[in-house]
Design a protein around this ligand. Structure first.
Ligand SMILES: *Cc1c(COP(=O)(O)O)cnc(C)c1O
Length: 224
């Protein structure tokens, strides 16, 4: 049952946070609805989840038609520049910005909607080749360039752990992302607020919370 799954995951989040002396309220569960219908997404909302994450623009738009702006919408997957226009009036956070070109288009399209975009920079901490995201070094440069854009605010960093890593192995990548966000915080760049760390999925969200995650992106643990 989805309702029981939500409760179990929320309980785990609370328990893990308390174990490492963090406030559970600083951690938001983003329910990743990419494999389910709008109806199932509605069920997690009924169970108390306020934020839904979709990795593709089209599936976000499909569910948006049904659920409108009742949930907060997060785009968590790779975003193509030519699709920004479809979501500029709908999403509250984009987790996956990894180029200046994309950030510029986001600034433009959100500006046309009289909005300021909240974004995260996606970092490929593990160096795995198949992944999107900038390297930690590139991230510093990208943040500097993006800080000059008008309608974009950087709210933190996001990473995906390698697909086949164990939760323990993932933990060191989460630690690295946290360290990088502290480095960026010290730069004190305009429009850059290192408030969020988006890391951890169904298999490793507890490890991510131990390393400072504020947004955990959980799909299969809710819907299987
Ligand atoms: C699918 C997906 C998730 C959730 O993965 P689960 O293992 O199902 O929890 C998280 N983040 C991104 C970017 C995804 O595409």
């Amino acid at each position: 049952m989805i309702k029981d799954n939500v409760k179990r995951v929320l309980d785990n989040i609370t328990e893990t946070a308390i174990k490492v002396n963090r406030n559970p309220e600083d951690i938001t569960l983003v329910a990743v609805t990419k494999t389910v219908t709008a109806k199932e997404a509605q069920e997690v909302m009924s169970a108390g989840v306020k934020t839904l994450g979709e990795n593709r623009v089209q599936s976000l738009l499909d569910k948006y038609q049904v659920l409108k702006d009742e949930p907060e919408w997060h785009l968590i997957g790779h975003l193509q520049t030519n699709k920004v226009k479809y979501i500029a009036d709908k999403v509250s956070l984009i987790h996956s910005v990894d180029s200046l070109k994309l950030a510029e288009e986001i600034s433009r399209k959100f500006g046309e909607n009289q909005r300021c975009a909240n974004i995260l920079l996606q970092v490929n901490v593990s160096g795995e080749e198949s992944k999107f995201g900038v390297t930690p070094d590139e991230c510093l440069k990208l943040a500097e360039s993006i800080s000059l854009l008008e309608n974009v605010k950087v709210k933190g960093l996001m990473t995906m752990a390698p697909l086949f890593a164990t939760p323990d192995e993932c933990r060191k990548y989460f630690y690295e992302l946290n360290k990088l966000s502290q480095r960026l915080r010290e730069e004190k760049l305009p429009n850059i607020d290192m408030k969020h760390l988006s890391m951890g999925m169904s298999g490793d969200y507890k490890e991510a919370i131990m390393e400072g995650a504020t947004l955990v992106r959980v799909g299969s643990a809710l819907f299987n």
